[in-house]
Design a protein around this ligand. Structure first.
Ligand SMILES: [Zn+2]
Ligand SMILES: [Zn+2]
Length: 264
């Protein structure tokens, strides 16, 4: 409230350090799969550096969590997040959270960028987010809820899309998932392991935008079993994993278009 809301366009500054890392298991020695850092975007533009190995806290040796091995890539059009911040700017100026649904489809490898496709067989299917749905909604300074969910489902059905995640602002807080947010994400991630939670925090100078998921199996299982609502503390996960983590399977793609569907 004490500083003017910065222009959303230069403000987003998503970069490898915000987007990368943490959810992919380190390749087992000896039988290494294709490197997870293989670029999927335009060469030289947003090719992310190789993923550093995650902290070695969880899981028994030799038994990496099953879900971490099989996550398919998710592409987000870079300009979609600019459009989201533009749509959110009025609410952000009032210190009210704002949300959107990230809808998309599963596409074949190389469909969107056949000129630079690499290692075609290993990642033949990719989730591509193509539509930002802005629902009717109700927000406060630290919560936001989509209303009229049937309109969201109908809009997705008409286009043959399904929900790949959600995006919301923290107008005055830092970039993280609150205890309410992790329950929202649990709903998306229970339906689809690759689903993402994007948080845009214009006032967080350290990380203005983060793309998160609940850790699997530890974080997701804990939240699925939690019956509390509202803001509440969560205990440590049974696996020793953090409750949630930055996504390592998400790429900002500057070369694909998108649609904004405003249902308000
Ligand atoms: Zn939040
Ligand atoms: Zn809970």
């Amino acid at each position: 409230m004490d500083a003017p809301f910065p222009s959303p366009l230069p403000g987003i500054a998503l970069g490898p350090q915000e987007v990368g890392v943490a959810s992919l298991a380190p390749p087992p020695p000896g039988s290494a799969p294709p490197p997870p850092g293989a670029p999927c975007c335009a060469p030289g533009s947003s090719a992310f550096p190789p993923l550093p190995p995650p902290p070695a806290t969880a899981s028994a040796p030799g038994a990496p969590p099953r879900a971490l091995k099989g996550l398919r890539d998710v592409h987000i059009p870079a300009a979609l997040l600019d459009d989201f911040l533009r749509a959110a700017s009025a609410a952000t100026a009032r210190n009210v959270e704002f949300c959107g649904i990230l809808a998309g489809r599963l596409i074949g490898g190389g469909e969107e960028s056949n000129s630079s496709s690499s290692s075609s067989n290993s990642h033949s299917r990719t989730f591509s987010i193509c539509t930002l749905i802005i629902p009717k909604q109700e927000g406060t300074s630290d919560t936001v809820a989509a209303l009229a969910e049937e309109e969201i489902f109908e809009a997705q059905d008409r286009r043959g899309l399904f929900p790949l995640g959600w995006v919301h602002t923290h107008p005055s807080q830092s970039c993280f998932l609150s205890s309410v947010d992790v329950h929202t994400q649990s709903g998306y991630q229970t339906m689809l392991d690759e689903a993402v939670a994007v948080v845009c925090a214009p006032r967080d100078v350290g990380r203005r935008c983060g793309i998160f998921r609940l850790s699997t199996p530890g974080g997701l299982g804990l939240v699925q079993r939690c019956e509390k609502r509202g803001f509440h503390p969560h205990s440590a996960t049974a696996t020793g994993q953090p409750l949630y983590e930055l996504c390592g399977h998400v790429y900002l793609n500057p070369r694909v278009g998108h649609e904004v569907l405003d249902l308000r």
